[in-house]
Design a protein around this ligand. Structure first.
Ligand code: NAD
Ligand code: MG
Length: 388
């Protein structure tokens, strides 16, 4: 029985993970959960259903609300704040931590779990973008495995099978192209929140959906891949593949390319990560029928219409505080866009301004990264204030 903690259990990835776990009660058990302030109703239902040993909510007000919502008395310990998040991730009753929280908030619980030698099923890419240079060596030192959940990285993990690094030439990271793949630059600049939230293939949380519309998501994924697979950012190629069937591919020195295919269903990479290194039957939904496939198409990304991809690509090789600044500023600016305070074109424009003001620290330690995060949020907020 694998004992699982889910950090961010009421979100898109968290819910789908619980679906996967529910199908395998003989192999997987939820022992700890953490969630944000929204959806406390749903969180209470999850607690009743899975009876975790411990849960965490962001503040004492949420804990009071949660206790009221828990109609029957439960044995679950309710923890609070960043400390609670860290305690859930590092809990003795946990073997594997699924990081399904959104944003930089994933850094501390991920580090706490690694320090305890837990396996990380990593959905929260922002943690590796901001702190990959701290996380990866720490995981090595502590013997903690990191199994990607992001569909592209799950594909690469499966193609590499962990033993083919010497002969690897390139990683081909696929991108759907998002809702604005065929839009002109003018149209994209004026896109509304509603437009940006219409992802053609995936239903996800709002922040990653906007990142998929700017293609920042793919930029973050380049940085995620370089840390996960210890490869040069130069050897990570992005290819637009609107059908989201080929989830990514690896190219070897002899010219052979091996890819992983599947339906665009996040339960599949979640299932893979939760059971790794075993392969277990996926019994809960349709799987890909190759006879029904047609028109798999591929095209080059357009860095002019999607400047966020270029911004991330340009700094992907850095082991400095710049990727952290890019990520944290992006969180603030995307938040302002989602609140309809700034236009879609303000996302790359404001990001460029924050990045140009930053004085990067190379080979940052955790303190440097936490400071860069604070600085980037402050700077992005000030820049946005001046334009709204
Ligand atoms: P989401 O917004 O749907 O869910 C986020 C979850 O985190 C929610 O449960 C929320 O309550 C919780 N949360 C937020 N702040 C918190 C806090 N301070 N403390 C505790 N919990 C908190 O997001 P999502 O789409 O599920 O994405 C989660 C992560 O997975 C992101 O890093 C995203 O990039 C990555 N990811 C998502 C998908 C997808 O299909 N949704 C695919 C690949 C990668
Ligand atoms: Mg992805």
């Amino acid at each position: 029985m694998k004992k699982i903690a889910i950090i961010g259990s009421t979100g898109s990835i968290g819910r789908q993970a619980l679906e996967v776990i529910s199908v395998h009660p003989d192999k997987l058990k939820v022992t700890a959960l953490a969630a944000g302030k929204n959806n406390l109703d749903e969180f209470a239902q999850q607690i009743h259903k899975y009876s975790p040993v411990a849960v965490s909510v962001p503040d004492s007000q949420s804990a009071i609300e949660l206790k009221t919502l828990l109609k029957n008395p439960v044995k679950t310990e309710i923890l609070i704040g960043e400390e609670g998040l860290v305690a859930v991730a590092a809990h003795d009753d946990v073997d594997l931590v699924l990081t399904a929280i959104v944003g930089f908030a994933g850094v501390k619980p991920t580090i706490a779990a690694i320090n305890k030698g837990k396996t990380i099923a990593l959905a929260n890419k922002e943690t590796l973008v901001a702190a990959g240079g701290v996380i990866m060596p720490l995981a090595k030192e502590k013997g903690a495995k990191i199994i990607p959940v992001d569909s592209e990285h799950s594909a690469i993990h499966q193609c590499l099978n962990n033993d083919r690094m010497d002969s690897l030439r390139n990683i081909w990271l696929t991108a759907s192209g998002g809702p604005f793949r065929t839009w002109t630059k003018d149209q994209i600049d004026k896109a509304t929140v509603k437009d940006a939230l219409q992802h053609p293939n995936w239903s996800m949380g709002k922040k990653i959906t906007v990142d998929s519309a700017t293609l920042m998501n793919k930029g973050l994924e380049i940085i995620e891949a370089r840390w996960l697979f210890d490869c040069s950012a130069q050897n990570i190629k992005v290819v637009i593949h609107p059908q989201s069937i080929l989830h990514s591919a690896v190219e070897f020195c002899d010219g052979s390319i091996i890819g992983q295919l599947g339906l665009p269903d996040m339960r599949l990479p979640i299932h893979y990560a939760l059971f790794y290194p075993q392969r277990v039957d996926f019994v809960d939904g349709p799987v890909l029928d190759l006879c029904k496939l047609s028109d798999l198409t591929f095209e080059s990304p357009d860095y002019i219409r999607f400047p966020c991809l270029k911004l991330a690509h340009d700094i992907a090789a850095e082991n400095s505080t710049l990727p952290c600044v890019l990520n944290s500023a992006n969180e603030i600016i995307v938040g302002a866009f989602l609140d309809s305070k700034v236009s879609f074109s303000a996302i790359p424009d404001s990001l460029k301004r924050v990045l140009s003001k930053h004085r990067p620290i190379t080979k940052p330690d955790l303190e440097d990264i936490l400071e860069a995060d604070r600085w980037a949020r402050q700077e992005a907020t000030a820049i946005l204030k001046a334009i709204v």
